[in-house]
Design a protein around this ligand. Sequence first.
Ligand SMILES: [Zn+2]
Length: 177
Amino acid sequence: MGILRPLEYQDVDGLVTDIPGICLVTFYADCVPLFFVDPVKKAIGLSHSGWRGTVAKIGKATVELMERQFGCDPADILAAVGPSICQECYEVSEDVIEKFQEKFKECHWKDLYYQKENGKYQLNLWKANEIVLREAGIRKKHLAVTNVCTHCNSDILYSHRTAGNDRGSLAAFLALK
Ligand SMILES: [Zn+2]
């Protein structure tokens, strides 16, 4: 859908399937791609976690959907945080930080952001998604963070913060054989 025939959905930030041969595709340019593979129930998921999606814990929503739809056990799911903007490159304003304070426990705040002299904050979306996925029941040993920043590597990766709207998009692909 979206290539050979029209899309049947609009404005989704996550996709799951247990059908072999269907390739899930989502697009990014600094936002965080989340990959999910359940090798036991043979199901997969992809979700797009920008700051709004991260605050809304879309990673957890994806795991819960895989549990409901396919009977997955989060303890079996392998997850990865893909290339996206790193903390040093991701300056946000206080209103964004307030949203994170509402949704994340205070014990995590020091890992999620720090304030700078200009009153702005540097936000760590990788850490935030790691916390969300651990809350969802993903095991630490099943969670990979690629540690590749799109903005630091904008010579080879598309970055919205580097190029604005005059840019391409990175795509995440995931399919079952
Ligand atoms: Zn960076």
